[in-house]
Design a protein. Structure first.
Length: 234
């Protein structure tokens, strides 16, 4: 094995992950840019759509505020706040309404006690530990003598928490998009042809979560191969 970051496993496992991640990012930005130019016939803004979807789903008292950045939209369950980037908050585009409704979908999940969302939230503390300590432990373990292999596997176990979190995120994000599209259709905020545009934006966004899960899994496999190669030489 060469130096840890330049061995052959990087090209086997990480290059495909990087390619998929880049494709996902290009797709989501392309879809968002395209449908940012399409105004909703009803003139509903992202902030108004988020409020309507949240209230309609039983998420009362949700605050909606603008934040800086592009595609920085999020829902924070700690303060029950939907934060929308400025090109979403005040925009009446199909893309803005779709993204805002998606974040409102998370607020509805939180208010209704959606179980996968609870599981994901429960994983956050241990995932933070895993993301901070796993790679340093693996790196240190690989350069230590063979009798310290337990350090490598401890790091791999911690990284497994990161993979678990990414996998737990997928159903939560997909469900938020389904809730958003259903609410936009049932409330009549978007007409059918506009709804397809919002669906395109959210489908592209979902690909980024798939790419993140794929990358995490391949990274874990890479670590296991590195540990196995080292063990095979001992």
């Amino acid at each position: 094995m060469g130096f840890f970051y330049f061995d052959y496993t990087y090209f086997w496992f990480m290059v495909p992950a990087l390619i998929l991640t880049m494709i996902a990012q290009v797709r989501v930005r392309s879809a968002f840019t395209k449908y940012s130019r399409v105004r909703t016939l009803r003139g509903v803004t992202g902030a108004q759509a988020a409020d309507a979807v949240a209230r309609g789903g039983g998420a009362a008292g949700v605050a909606i505020r603008p934040i800086a950045g592009s595609l920085t939209d999020n829902f924070d369950p700690r303060n029950n706040t939907i934060s929308l980037s400025r090109n979403v908050y005040g925009s009446d585009s199909v893309a803005a309404v779709g993204v805002a409704a998606h974040e409102a979908g998370h607020a509805v999940q939180h208010a209704s006690g959606y179980v996968p969302n609870k599981i994901r939230a429960a994983l956050v503390p241990v995932t933070n530990i895993g993301s901070r300590l796993s790679v340093p432990l693996i790196f240190i373990g690989l350069i230590l003598p063979a009798e310290y292999s337990a350090v490598v596997y401890a790091g791999i176990a911690l990284y497994g928490l990161v993979v678990l979190f990414e996998l737990a995120t997928l159903p939560v994000e997909l469900n938020a998009s389904r809730r958003a599209l259903k609410a936009l259709r049932e409330t009549g905020i978007l007409y059918p042809e506009e709804l397809e545009g919002a669906r395109s934006v959210l489908t592209a966004a979902a690909m980024t979560y798939l790419a993140a899960s794929f990358t995490a899994i391949l990274t874990l496999l890479r670590f296991l191969v590195l540990a196995g190669n080292r063990r095979g030489r001992d």
